[in-house]
Ligand binder design. Structure first.
Ligand code: BES
Ligand code: MN
Ligand code: MN
Length: 461
């Protein structure tokens, strides 16, 4: 590190308070996309970041969807320079359980060097960091070094239906030398990383009916079919206690990570004990054959999110429930396909259902897994930027999470970079979500340098 800060670092240093105030203003808008009563807030959050981009000379188009609007920002034309498409989302998850927050979710608060609020890490804080990097570039050089397109949606947390429609109709929008997706985290403090893959996801609900109506368990118990019992046997047929998913052909397309990837994962400063403690679990479970990172990054899952049925009120009620429902999801890995896995699930449930029960499956949505290539000029530019700013290059990792639009962002782009500045303990979707301030300040310099290096390295080729 040099003693005179770079112009980008000087900007981050000088503008700190103003940037923090601005980001806090954005975070105060509760843009919860899943709750219809927050539709107007989603619109306000979109308008807020659109105005910020317009100040930088962007032309911002607000594209209506059936739900929350998409922003398409086009930066000032830089003739001959490469084009970068940046992606992020302004919608956030609900803040419940509210009682668990140390400071209220929509009152951004700084404690111990962290900014706490819903949406700090996922994803407003990360989008803001990239926008601030663009501001730093304009402030220090007078203009941007690359052509920037900024795509910011408000339905990521609900499966990106509107953006999926848009990019299916208009794939040309993804024509770019690089796509930067800042909706992920780095693997550990001081250890920059980029995701080489994300998992896909299928959301579904299984409904079981065994009787016309609930029955007295004394009069009928022993002979009448119980819907909850039927459901648990059915779920057992879909996934065993050994962690293996029993859906026929489900694993056919599952690719093992390469030996090189596995070796790289072993050298990461993430160990099983620390991971278990972070999860707050006494032991980890799952397929014994695979290490814990392999299980969360490169193996598919079958998860039950909730079961409803029978009597759960005070005291006891001797009843045989007639109906039961389970909300489930499947996480998918390369090269599985969302639609295919959904069809396999439906088929498996049908086969596993006993004749005496009416069993139905509702598939809500399916998202394909994504895999990105790591040998592009853009990756090299980001690696160099990380080396300069963090003193360390990129570790290729994966994430177990899903970002629905990533497969479509790959249609016309040379490279998709899944790179963020969040940390693994940022508590996404959970109470006390945070983003570490140091990560924001360094992130501004990092992304600024990335854009600069991309312009010089791509031109010299
Ligand atoms: N940003 C996350 C996904 C993520 C988290 C990627 C951590 C990499 C590391 C995203 O906002 C998210 O929460 N996605 C949902 C999927 C969506 C279809 C509801 C998820 O993964 O559950
Ligand atoms: Mn996100
Ligand atoms: Mn999320």
């Amino acid at each position: 590190m040099t003693t005179t800060p770079s112009p980008l670092a000087a900007f981050a240093e000088r503008e700190r308070l103003k940037l923090l105030a601005a980001l806090s203003e954005w975070l105060r808008i509760p843009s919860i996309s899943t709750q219809p009563e927050h539709a107007a807030d989603c619109r306000r959050a979109a308008a807020w970041i659109a105005a910020r981009l317009e100040r930088l000379g962007f032309r911002v188009e607000t594209i209506e969807t059936g739900g929350h609007p998409i922003l398409w920002g086009v930066g000032p034309e830089v003739p001959g320079a490469p084009t970068v498409l940046c992606y992020g989302h302004y919608d956030v998850q609900p803040a419940d359980p509210l009682g668990e927050w140390v400071s209220p979710p929509f009152e951004p608060t700084v404690r111990d060097g962290n900014l706490y609020a819903r949406g700090t890490a996922d994803d407003k804080g990360q989008v803001f960091t990239v926008v601030a990097a663009l501001e730093a570039l304009v402030a220090s050089r007078g203009s941007l070094p690359v052509n920037v397109r900024y795509l910011i949606e408000g339905e990521e947390e609900t499966g990106s239906p509107g953006l999926t429609d848009l990019l299916t109709r208009e794939p040309e929008r993804t024509r770019a030398d690089a796509v930067l997706v800042t909706d992920v985290n780095i693997v550990a403090p001081g250890r920059p990383s980029v995701d080489a893959a994300l998992r896909g996801i299928v959301h579904a609900e299984i409904h079981v009916r065994t009787l016309q109506a609930d029955l007295h368990s004394g009069i009928y118990g022993g002979a009448a079919p119980n819907a909850i019992e039927t459901l648990w046997h059915l779920l057992e047929k879909l996934k065993g206690a050994d962690g293996r998913i029993r859906i026929p052909h489900f694993y056919d397309r599952v690719k093992r990570p390469t030996a090189k990837e596995l070796a790289a994962w072993r050298s990461l400063p993430v160990k099983e004990k620390g991971f278990r403690e972070e999860a707050g679990a006494k032991a980890l479970v799952g397929e014994k054959k695979y290490g814990f990172l392999e299980r969360v990054w490169s193996r598919p899952t079958f998860e039950v999110h909730g079961i409803v049925g029978g009597y759960t009120g005070a005291g006891s009620k001797t009843v045989i429930p007639a109906e039961a429902t389970a909300k489930i999801s499947l996480r998918l890995v390369p090269d599985q396909r969302g639609k295919e896995a959904a069809a396999q699930l439906v088929q498996a449930v049908k086969r596993a259902a006993p004749k005496y029960a009416d069993v139905s499956v509702k598939v809500f949505s399916s998202v394909d897994p994504a895999q990105t290539k790591l040998d592009s000029p853009a990756y090299a530019a980001l690696d160099r930027a990380f080396r300069e700013v963090w003193g360390r290059g990129i570790a290729p990792i994966r994430s177990g999470g899903s970002i629905p639009i990533v497969p479509l962002l790959q249609q016309r782009s040379q490279a998709v970079l899944l790179a963020g500045i969040g940390l693994p303990d940022d508590r996404l979707h959970a109470p006390n979500e945070k983003l570490t301030l140091e990560q924001i300040w360094k992130g501004i310099v990092l992304f600024g340098r990335f854009f600069e290096l991309l312009s010089t390295e791509n031109r010299s080729q």
